[in-house]
Design a protein around this ligand. Structure first.
Ligand SMILES: O=C(O)CCC(=O)C(=O)O
Length: 278
């Protein structure tokens, strides 16, 4: 690991990778500014007016969730392509990984603990834990995560558990972190949103990433229309699905690279492919 690179993104990469391998998670404190937090909160405010409480115990009956964030709150891109988290994920997943989900979770006072779960369940894949890593998740604290306001809880080491191992609440560790910090964890780590016994809301944003060959949890191609995707960076576009797996061609659209849909001058891989007219 080059120290130069570590300094470039302001974190000790080797330390975080070791923590994620061993415990399943690591924390980068205060990775974004107060002004970015304020901007994201103001972009989210129209969607957090108490109109859409969670529909089940998982979403949380006293929580509000906002999905399809890149179609609603453009500043979210700063979290999704944050240099520190992507530098780590670049080491944890093969290239051309995808953004699997990106949602806001506003936990209101009185919320109960979420069921224990892991994020990279990958739907119907017939492969039980322990198994290779399918994904990496992040949870950004936009409010301080305290002992009583619903901080995320994790079970250290549970990313390596067999599928049927039961979580015991006494093994849980609360992730206490200042606003602007990010929890980064192996997609197989058991975790949950905690109970909010405070009088304040707790806002988190959770961008989650998965192997390029898996289906995304949120159907990003439909959640973020092409004309909106076109406004973002090449990295965000690739995370949304405007990429092609190599070797091979998984991800093609009508025989060509999907970037052609949003950038007609794109001259990426196989741009000169001359296909017969349909
Ligand atoms: O809100 C949290 O702290 C965790 C939420 C979570 O893990 C999820 O919904 O997948």
């Amino acid at each position: 690991m080059s120290t130069q690179h570590s300094q470039a993104v302001g974190i000790d990469i080797a330390h975080h990778l070791k923590r994620i391998e061993q415990d399943g998670y690591s924390i980068i404190e205060k990775a974004i500014s107060a002004s970015l937090i304020a901007r994201i909160k103001s972009e989210l405010a129209p969607y957090c007016q108490g109109q859409h409480p969670g529909r089940n115990n998982f979403e949380g009956h006293k929580s509000e969730r906002v999905y399809a964030l890149l179609a609603k709150a453009p500043s979210m891109a700063h979290l999704i392509e944050h240099p520190a988290t992507l530098t780590l994920i670049d080491k944890l997943l093969p290239k051309n990984y995808l953004l699997s989900a990106a949602l806001a979770i506003l936990v209101h006072p009185g919320e109960t603990p979420q069921p224990w779960h892991y994020d990279d369940g990958a739907g119907q894949l017939p492969m039980l834990k322990p198994r290779p890593r399918f994904g990496v998740s992040t949870i950004w604290a936009l409010d301080e995560f305290t002992a009583d306001n619903g901080a995320t809880e994790v079970i250290p080491g549970s990313h390596q558990w067999p599928e049927d191992q039961i979580c015991q609440d006494q093994d849980a560790v609360k992730i206490l972190m200042p606003a602007g910090s990010v929890l980064i964890f192996d997609g197989a780590l058991m975790h949950r949103g905690g109970a909010n016994q405070s009088s304040m809301n707790r806002l988190a944003i959770t961008p989650q990433y998965c192997l390029g060959g898996l289906r995304q949890i949120e159907n990003m191609s439909l959640a973020v229309p092409p004309d909106v995707a076109a406004r973002y960076s090449a990295r965000i576009q690739s995370l949304l699905g405007y990429n092609v797996l190599e070797p091979g061609f998984m991800g093609y659209v009508d025989g060509v690279h999907p970037k052609k849909l949003i950038d007609t001058s794109y001259q990426g891989r196989k741009y000169n492919l001359s296909l017969p007219a349909p």
